[in-house]
Write a protein that binds this ligand. Structure first.
Ligand code: GAR
Length: 228
């Protein structure tokens, strides 16, 4: 039987690659109708590169240290991705601040995952900041990328209660478990043509999402759930 066209992803990483691993698994199990065309790392030692190679996915290392400017680095990224006919670019723990040179060509098809309940705690050390502030919960947000750092319209958000005696590491582990579920789900909605970035913000099935995105799993109608 003919397979419907699969979406093509580029996944950008800097480190461990657990989110990349979730995408590899979701593509393999077909819960995400996609294939990963390329994995790019700015860090030649990123453990996630090995995950990609084991899965037979082409990899590229574009080391930011080889470039004089952020714009030069971003132009190299754009060039590498443009050759691949990519539908959606996934920033998966890609720890570089991006300029318009990168963000503009992929506007509307560029997503990031950030380990906080945006708009709280953009930037680094999100879990420690949540603990220091005495917050009752932490979490993670998948969002469209715009020029504002960690400021593009949220798509999906999962909340994780903070437990007594939590450390940033323990909290990060529980948040990460949610990341691995919600990020492929957001990509699936996009590839199914249900999710768009419009002038109004992020829209799912033609409806503008609330400022914090869809709450996972709380607000998800059955049709939005991930297939087991
Ligand atoms: C994830 O926790 C992701 O949310 C975070 O980096 C980690 C990457 O883990 N991203 C950011 O902090 C972006 N500002 P992974 O390499 O195991 O997917």
């Amino acid at each position: 039987m003919a397979q419907p066209n699969k979406g093509r992803l580029a996944v950008l990483i800097s480190g461990r690659g657990s989110n990349l691993g979730a995408f590899i698994d979701a593509c393999a199990s077909r819960s995400l109708p996609a294939e990963i065309g390329i994995v790019i790392s700015n860090n030649p030692d990123a453990p996630g590169l090995a995950l990609a190679r084991e899965a037979g996915i082409p990899t590229a290392v574009i080391n930011h240290r080889d470039y004089d400017s952020r714009e030069g680095f971003d132009a190299a990224l754009v060039h590498a991705i443009a050759k691949q006919e990519i539908d959606l670019v996934i920033l998966a723990g890609f720890m570089r601040i991006l300029t318009p040179v990168f963000v503009e060509p992929f506007a509307g098809r560029l997503m990031n995952i950030h380990p906080s309940l945006l708009p709280r705690y953009p930037g680094l050390n999100t879990h420690q900041r949540a603990l220091d502030a005495g917050d009752a919960e932490a979490g993670v947000t998948v969002h469209f990328v715009t020029l504002e750092l960690d400021g593009g319209p949220p798509i999906l958000q999962a909340r994780v209660p903070i437990e007594p005696g939590d450390t940033a590491e323990r909290l990060a582990e529980r948040v990460n478990a949610q990341e691995l579920v919600i990020y492929p789900l957001a990509a699936r909605w996009f590839l199914e043509g249900r999710l768009q970035l419009t002038a109004r913000g992020a829209e799912l099935d033609g409806e503008l999402l609330p400022p914090e995105g869809v709450a996972y799993p709380g607000e998800l109608p059955d049709t939005h759930r991930v297939r087991a």
